[in-house]
Design a protein around this ligand. Structure first.
Ligand SMILES: [Zn+2]
Length: 124
């Protein structure tokens, strides 16, 4: 795996990954696998204890940022769904409309229901 990651290398990588999001001013760097204490600048209320290794492998360790990124992902997913739906409707054949006479010929509500069900299942 090569030489151990120095404090400088860690900070370089961390800044490349997170930019200015985390505050590394108070860290005491011992090794790549020894937890350090950092602050998220957006959510400084909580001190984050995390190993440099984990910090670089995850969203950084801030639970609030993690939650926000999950919400963003969910929102993207929902938006994609909303965009997809009209496409699906447009690509499928238009829903068949019941011809008027057929409705008149249907002698009972049960028959009419059956017709509607059949025409509905045809679109599947
Ligand atoms: Zn945060």
């Amino acid at each position: 795996m090569g030489s151990p990651i120095s404090c400088e290398t860690f900070l370089e990588r961390a800044r490349a990954r997170f930019g200015d999001r985390y505050d590394y001013g108070g860290i005491v760097y011992k090794s790549y696998k020894t937890p350090i204490a950092i602050h998220c600048r957006l959510h400084p209320v909580k001190l984050i204890a995390i190993t440099p290794e984990k910090h670089l492998q995850t969203t950084g360790g801030c639970k609030f940022c993690l939650r926000q990124s999950r919400i963003r992902m969910l929102e993207r997913e929902l938006q994609r769904d909303a965009v997809d739906r009209p496409d699906r409707l447009a690509s499928s054949s238009p829903a068949p409309t019941l011809p008027g006479p057929a409705i008149l010929e249907a002698s009972s509500a049960a028959q009419l229901t059956e017709r509607v069900r059949q025409s509905a299942s045809r679109t599947d």
